[in-house]
Design a protein around this ligand. Structure first.
Ligand code: AMP
Ligand code: MG
Length: 412
């Protein structure tokens, strides 16, 4: 077992252990928020055919070479094509076909002139200036070419991708199966939301926070409830979690106190400890263990620490397990707007959000930074990474930070 390791080493040890989930085909809309398990190849061009992007007249550019407002060119309009129909006639020299937005370009035509730029009288349309060939024509395959990989395996299916696939006539999509994450809260003090508050007891919030994070991430939470600080009871629940899920996440009971039983409980459940304690603040007492290729991660019970360490350490390996291409956080640099009075002996993460002003990235701390201030997580979209050995931070200092949440939720 490793002890008191860096965040990166802990990260690597967990990433190493991830295994690929199975695959299934699902109807297009059910793929939203899931991860593609195969590349998707276009079976058609998009657009399928050359079409007009506006209401106008399709004609031959060569007919308009001499057109001026003094000596305009007059063409005979052969027919009118709404979107969804195909021209019967061909455009030949001296003729034009009226086309609506989305209508196929009639054969022979190589340019479309806008309604607003011509005059129409009876069957004659008058053009006042020369037109360049290919103007106002959307060519077949301009967006997607037949045979092209439009979406790569490992990317998150977004509404835009659903639209793109629908546009290509793809109604069923290969995705990875959802991974299951069991969530267990430990602590004698915890009560459920439907119980009334009694002296010394607190509501179990971690269970709900982590359940919500899992749902947001697209993994299936398996709720194991809460359990007292009793080794054998915790061990039983961990066994249950291993049976039902791919990963077990516990909170509470991983520190050095007399009632911190999770480590021994994990061993009792047959797991091998990978590491204990990661050299970061908050949330340093983190336990990782493995059994039968499944992972157990024990986080501190402190609600802020639990959420920060879940985000920093657990989400990347869950993303990798989900099959996602991008599972590590992006880092940005920004200028701090507030000061932070404490020195940081240990590497520390501060809750913050970024603002853009005149092209500069500014970093604002989201309220008090102590461990029980869960409110400060609400507006948080950054974790400022303060290196070990730093002194107090001042407004104007340049800091680096991980981008948390959905802003960076795009697989490249
Ligand atoms: P522990 O990690 O067990 O030492 O707990 C650290 C702090 O977090 C204590 O004040 C606990 O009461 C609190 N805590 C533990 N589990 C939870 C939970 N599920 N929800 C809210 N607070 C918790
Ligand atoms: Mg406890």
């Amino acid at each position: 077992m490793k002890h008191n390791i860096s965040l990166e080493e802990a990260q690597d040890l967990l990433l190493e252990k991830t295994i690929r989930p199975g695959e299934s085909h699902v109807p297009l809309i059910d793929a939203l928020g899931r991860i593609l398990s195969q590349d998707i190849v276009a079976r058609e061009n998009s657009p399928f055919f050359d079409r007009s992007p506006l209401d106008g007249y399709a004609l031959l550019a060569s007919d308009t070479g001499s057109a001026t407002s003094a000596q305009p060119v007059r063409l005979r309009v052969l027919e009118e094509i709404p979107a969804g129909y195909v021209a019967v006639c061909q455009v030949t020299s001296g003729t034009a076909i009226k086309v609506m937005t989305g209508a196929p370009i009639p054969q022979g035509a190589d340019v479309v002139v806008k309604y607003e730029e011509v005059e129409r009288e009876g069957e004659i349309v008058t053009i006042f200036e020369p037109l360049k060939t290919r103007t106002n024509v959307v060519y077949s395959g301009e967006d997607v070419k037949k045979g092209e990989v439009v979406a790569r395996q490992g990317i998150l299916v977004t509404p835009a991708l659903i639209g793109l696939l629908a546009g290509l006539g793809i109604g069923s999509v290969p995705v990875y199966q959802r991974i299951k994450v069991a969530i267990l809260s430990t602590g004698d003090e915890l009560i459920d939301l439907n119980e009334s508050l009694r002296p010394g007891k607190i509501y179990d919030s971690n269970r709900h926070t982590l359940q919500a994070r899992c749902l947001e991430l697209g993994v299936e939470p398996v709720m194991l409830g809460n359990v007292a600080d009793q080794q054998n009871q915790v061990a039983d629940r961990i066994r249950e979690g291993l049976k039902q899920a791919d990963v077990v996440i516990t909170t509470g009971g991983v520190s050095v106190g007399d009632y911190d039983v999770v480590q021994d409980a994990a061993k009792e459940a047959g797991a091998e400890i990978i590491f204990w304690k990661v050299d970061i603040k908050p949330g340093s007492p983190i336990l990782a263990a493995t059994k039968d290729q499944k992972l157990i991660v024990g986080l501190s019970g402190n609600p802020v620490a639990a959420l920060i360490t879940f985000d920093l350490l657990v989400i990347p390996f869950l993303k990798k397990m989900m099959g996602r291409r991008k599972y590590l956080y992006s880092k940005i640099q920004g200028t701090l707007l507030d000061g932070f009075g404490k020195s940081s002996e240990q590497r520390r993460f501060l809750r913050a959000r970024f603002l853009m002003e005149n092209g500069n990235t500014l970093v604002r701390l989201t309220g008090i930074q102590n461990n029980s201030a869960l409110k400060s997580m609400m507006e948080c979209n950054l974790f400022v990474d303060v290196p070990a050995g730093s002194g107090p931070l001042n407004p104007g200092d340049v800091v680096s930070a991980y981008i948390i949440g959905n802003i960076d939720n795009v697989d490249e």
